[in-house]
Design a protein around this ligand. Structure first.
Ligand code: NAP
Length: 293
């Protein structure tokens, strides 16, 4: 048995498993934190603004799991906050068995209207944030023979109109994790990506979009944007709940060997199947082209 495996076995016997989740102030992250706490894990529920912990703490009290949840500050775009948080976790709990990269934010628009800086900002949160936290967590995950689960999106497989920046970041996440998975597996760390379809969280509201102003500024893109925004409203009407999207994440944390890629609903599976079987890209263009006409 390797030194790491011996250490992992020793810590395993002395304390409950510990998971760190990013972006737990709302939505899928909050529901995942409640789920992992319910499953008996010490849950490090991180958020960039701990002043927004009320919803999580209320849900934790209702589920009778408040004693298993530790709220800590972590902004995925602030490397110092990532290091400080992980140092504290190891000092206080002695181990980290799993990381759930969940924090993310939407970016509606197209490149001429957004500008490159906004695309960079979307990459910072949705891609480099994942890279930063994963890199910092890996030494501890290696010791624990643990796992990394990253909330991607169906938009990490199928590019969608007016989501260029967001989908690019999620595609990057998928390529990064798919490449890391076999390497991490040689050291006993499982890597999984989770692809939700629409989820009724704060995701759309958190963008604070001023739709009339957006359409006013859209120039020649206005008809296509209007068509897309109309369709998006309908799409979100049949959305999963955050708890429904979180359930497969909890399953992946506790499964013996989780698969690399998990969709959170049949709807998400049907949607990504379009592209995974679309060798020349024409099926996706036919599907998404109809959204903006
Ligand atoms: P949400 O309710 O908006 O939650 C997103 C969380 O990420 C919030 O807690 C937010 O914190 C946090 N966050 C944003 N920027 C951050 C940063 N720089 N550092 C740390 N945390 C940050 O939306 P959600 O649907 O639960 O999203 C969770 C994940 O699911 C995201 O990765 C998203 O891309 C993915 N996803 C969502 C959907 C959907 O339809 N909702 C579909 C597919 C994939 P604040 O409260 O401080 O903003």
């Amino acid at each position: 048995m390797t030194r790491h495996a011996v250490h992992a076995r020793k810590t395993h016997m002395t304390s409950p498993k510990t998971v760190l989740i990013t972006g737990t102030s709302s939505g899928i992250g909050l529901a995942t934190a409640i789920g992992t706490a319910r499953a008996g894990w010490t849950t490090i529920a991180t958020m960039r603004d701990t002043g927004k912990a009320d919803a999580l703490l209320k849900a934790a009290a209702e589920a009778d799991v408040a004693d298993r949840i530790r709220v800590k500050r972590l902004d995925v775009t602030d490397p110092a906050s990532v290091t400080a948080c992980l140092d504290e976790v190891i000092a206080q709990h002695g181990r980290l068995d799993a990381l759930v990269n969940n924090a993310g934010s939407a970016k509606t628009g197209t490149i001429e209207l957004l500008g490159v800086e906004e695309v960079r900002a979307a990459m910072e949160v949705n891609f480099f944030g994942v890279v930063e936290v994963t890199r910092a967590a890996l030494p501890h995950l290696r010791s624990a023979q643990g796992r990394v689960i990253t909330v991607s999106s169906v938009g990490g497989v199928l590019g969608q109109p007016f989501n260029e920046a967001y989908c690019a970041a999620k595609f990057a996440v998928e390529g990064f994790m798919e490449s890391l998975a076999p390497v991490a597996a040689t050291l006993g760390v499982d890597v999984t990506v989770v692809e939700p379809g629409p989820v009724a969280s704060e995701f759309v509201a958190n963008q604070n979009l001023d739709i009339p102003a957006l359409l006013d500024a859209a120039g020649p893109y206005a008809p296509a944007l209007k068509a897309y925004l109309g369709l998006r409203r309908n799409v979100f009407e049949g959305a999963q709940t955050p708890a429904e999207a979180a359930a497969p994440i909890i399953d992946a944390l506790t499964a013996d060997r989780p698969p690399f890629r998990i969709q959170t609903s049949q709807r998400a599976r049907d949607f990504v199947a379009t592209t995974l079987a679309d060798l020349d890209g024409s099926a996706v263009q036919t599907l998404t082209g109809a959204w903006v006409r």
